[in-house]
Design a protein around this ligand. Sequence first.
Ligand SMILES: C[S@@+](CC[C@H](N)C(=O)[O-])C[C@H]1O[C@@H](n2cnc3c(N)ncnc32)[C@H](O)[C@@H]1O
Length: 262
Amino acid sequence: MIGAITNDFDSTRPNVARMYDYYLGGKDHYAADRACAEEVIRHAPQARDIALANRAFLGRAVRFLAGEAGIGQFLDIGAGLPTRDNVHEVAQRVNPASRVVYVDNDPVVLIHARALLATDAQTRAIAGDVRKPSDILTHPDMHALLDSSKPVAVLLVAVLHFIPDDQEPYAAVRTLVDAMAPGSYLVVSHAEQTPELQGAAKRYERANAPAVLRSVAEIRGFFEGLELVDPGLVNVRRWRPEVADPWQDPNVPFFGAVGVKP
Ligand SMILES: C[S@@+](CC[C@H](N)C(=O)[O-])C[C@H]1O[C@@H](n2cnc3c(N)ncnc32)[C@H](O)[C@@H]1O
């Protein structure tokens, strides 16, 4: 049972969307976000590299989905603040007819997303919480843009590690997968439970959402009933890499996969 889901604007409380923007080198963050993010970086010097690796994984996954997989509609839950290579831009570069619904539970993310992302008739941004999947699935704006009888890609990229087990993230993913037409795809990326990330995760206790690390087997559990496309669940830098960057750490403690519903 989830308590009241509020995520009101508070510039003095570290905010996970704005901390991620800070790691990515963006400009939409406040002093409290920067201070907390710097503490995370002190405990896990890879934090910035992890964020960049995750963002690059998201881009490659969307290019695969819009191209090889032939997916034309995307539901991006936990979309984050607008940055470079947003999902609709990547998808529409491959298939200009791609339609994207961005979902986030952060009101500031939504203001930015409505102003900067949902700027064409094929793109919308709606308020929604992954812990309330039925509300997302029945949202009128979702239905106005996405056809639930056709395959869709549901993106849960770097968001499920903000949902503790007692808030039932596995049940939420199951509800979303059950609603997807056969041939639909699920993309998940997630922070791995490692000793080095443990200290960093504790810094999120005072943020607007906790960081919940999970083992690779636990992350695999989100794909129950789905077939993983090659190369399966791997650290995000090893998911279909396009360029070999010898100076980048190939082993970030952050796992991702793309699954298809048979
Ligand atoms: C780390 S960012 C990831 C952004 C983007 N998906 C990416 O990977 O580049 C996490 C986003 O999830 C959002 N978020 C956190 N908890 C959420 C929830 N329960 N429901 C919906 N969005 C949530 C945050 O507001 C933030 O925008």
